[in-house]
Ligand binder design. Structure first.
Ligand SMILES: Nc1ncnc2c1ncn2[C@@H]1O[C@H](COP(=O)(O)OP(=O)(O)O)[C@@H](O)[C@H]1O
Ligand SMILES: [Mg+2]
Length: 244
């Protein structure tokens, strides 16, 4: 068994595809998490560090430097939560990263483990369609949350998404998923629901609303009370609430 070094809870966002709203949802979870909790968003989307970009944080260092010196000076305060950004400077960094994937994953994970000492809630954003070896490493955290957006998924791409989840589940990952988040849609809702429910038989599906607020380059939803209410509700179902 892994020794847990601290009390913090790690919630990892996992998605088979890019552009499904993973980063946005995780950032808003961090924003709407209980004010008495010390919360951090960790950008580990190596391919496309959307959180780092959206928040316009430091882009000069690359992941390899970043994990070399174990340095907390890379943590930024944004709104009411902290952010650990990430940026890969050049394609060669990516190549270097992939060549040492297993070793680097281990280093990243111990880094995230260490955050448990100083934070109550740690939201981790990951690269879409993460390789099996890497996902396997995520198993040592508390919650794996699948994210999927019905709005951007045509039926055929939703079928692909379903098949990737199915593949992960067939490899024994199902029990690590605490839930799947879907962003509500107006089109083909019933068909889309049916497709996802086919595989998520034992995993709760949490629906969160589509909000126009993000169309005006907002990253955090501040005015949509239904969106806020829904996100807080999902957090509560994950055991994260003001009282606890
Ligand atoms: N609940 C939502 N309602 C409306 N638009 C959303 C919602 N969540 C995300 N989006 C939009 O979807 C797009 C992709 O979001 P992003 O978080 O970058 O996805 P990912 O991290 O999965 O690549 C962005 O334009 C974002 O504003
Ligand atoms: Mg993203």
């Amino acid at each position: 068994m892994e020794e847990k070094t601290g009390k913090g809870k790690v919630i990892v966002g996992v998605s088979p595809r890019a552009g499904v709203g993973a980063t946005t949802t995780l950032l808003n979870f961090a924003y709407f998490s209980p004010p008495n909790m010390n919360t951090i968003y960790v950008d580990l989307d190596i391919l496309n560090p959307g959180g780092t970009d959206l928040l316009e944080l430091e882009r000069e260092r690359n992941i390899l430097d970043y994990f070399k010196d174990n340095n907390t000076e890379y943590i930024y305060e944004v709104e009411n939560f902290s952010v650990m950004p990430l940026y890969l400077r050049r394609a060669v960094d990516m190549e270097e990263y992939l060549m040492q994937e297993r070793e680097l994953s281990e280093r990243i994970l111990s880094q995230v483990e260490k955050l448990r000492e100083s934070y109550d809630l740690i939201f981790v954003d990951t690269m879409p369609g993460y390789s099996y070896t890497t996902i396997k490493v995520w198993q040592r955290f508390d919650e794996l949350i699948g994210i999927c957006d019905y709005n951007v998924q045509s039926i055929s791409s939703l079928l692909q998404v379903r098949d990737i989840f199915r593949e992960w589940f067939n490899r024994g990952l199902e029990r690590y998923f605490k839930g799947i988040i879907v962003i509500d849609t107006k089109s083909n809702k019933q068909v889309k629901e049916k497709i996802m429910r086919e595989i998520f038989e034992n995993t709760p599906i949490y629906e969160i609303p589509f909000t126009k607020e993000f169309q005006d380059s907002n990253i955090i939803s501040k005015d949509d009370t239904f969106y806020k209410y829904s996100l807080k509700n999902v957090l509560k179902k994950l055991g994260i609430s003001e009282e606890g």
